[in-house]
Design a protein around this ligand. Sequence first.
Ligand SMILES: Nc1nc2c(ncn2[C@@H]2O[C@H](COP(=O)(O)OP(=O)(O)OP(=O)(O)O)[C@@H](O)[C@H]2O)c(=O)[nH]1
Length: 349
Amino acid sequence: MSNSLIPATILTGFLGSGKTTLLKRVLSEAHGQKIAVIENEFGEENIDNEILVADTREQIIQMNNGCVCCTIREDLRTTLSDLAEKRRKGELQFDRVVIETTGLADPGPVAQTFFMDDEIAESYLLDSILTLVDAKHGEQQLNDRQEARRQIGFADQIFLSKSDLCTEAETAALLHRIKHMNPRAPQHKVHFGEVPIADVFDLKGFNLNAKLEIDPEFLNADSHGHDHHDHAHHDHEHGEHCDHPHHHAHDDDVKSFVFRSNKAFNPAKLEDFLGAIVQVYGPKLLRYKGVLYMKGSDRKVIFQGVHQLMGSDLGPKWAPGETKLSKMVFIGIDLPKDVLLQGLEQCLV
Ligand SMILES: Nc1nc2c(ncn2[C@@H]2O[C@H](COP(=O)(O)OP(=O)(O)OP(=O)(O)O)[C@@H](O)[C@H]2O)c(=O)[nH]1
């Protein structure tokens, strides 16, 4: 038991988005689980016994290779390493770790800490990044602050708080905008942090074998224009179409695009291309993930990454009768979509 990897969850969201509210709720509902919480700020409130709090100062260090996108949080590394050691020695018992970032934090260096430091990677498994968005102030925050937009781009799961303070139309518009920034993160409204624990833990956002879930509506909207049906239950004033005026009003720098093809990839070409891409665009790439159809293999290849850190693995076999298809989603800041799509196209057999 103590030898198994400790799951870690990053809880992020802009100032006042409801992180603490959600965390308290989760801690009170996590029946039987002991959760270590790491906060990168001092809370003035009393923390009960089950919660461990470590004071951590914001400090981002640059790694030797000089890549600005490959940073780890040294304070976090030390805290995680101390916690794991205490757990090994039996001095502390906990089943998982939640890291609550400050509202202005960039989740990138926090996430990378789990992949770039061997000692941390041997003790922990990053499960997911959860991003809270304030329904009332989110629109403005996304307009004004890149931190808020990056938090969306990194997310495995979006929680929308305070929708009780907004109209249905406002909420729908915000969720629509977020979906374009990050199509792979499911969206859930939360009322004062009320969420089923299954939406919070063991999401396997960084698991190479996890299925790639992209909202089919998004795929349709992206590739075929406006011939799809709109979100079933929202009574959008603009009817069936995806191109609401609000959609065009925001040209968010955090964007996503999807690559799909029925043709197989040439593995060597693709490896070269992706290697070059992450070298050049690493700082701008937030998250990317794909299920790949490779020539010469009867198995799926799964890949995913954060900034320049990319991992890939053999997945399950293509099932008999299953349509072989590559599907990749890239989420980043001002990515040159056309260059990347054309480049990928050229890696096909
Ligand atoms: N109306 C409403 N208020 C909420 C909801 N969720 C949280 N709040 C309130 O929003 C305020 C901020 O919530 P916090 O949980 O402190 O937010 P936070 O993200 O931890 O804030 P910082 O740590 O300052 O970034 C508090 O007053 C909460 O009670 C919600 O669903 N609806």
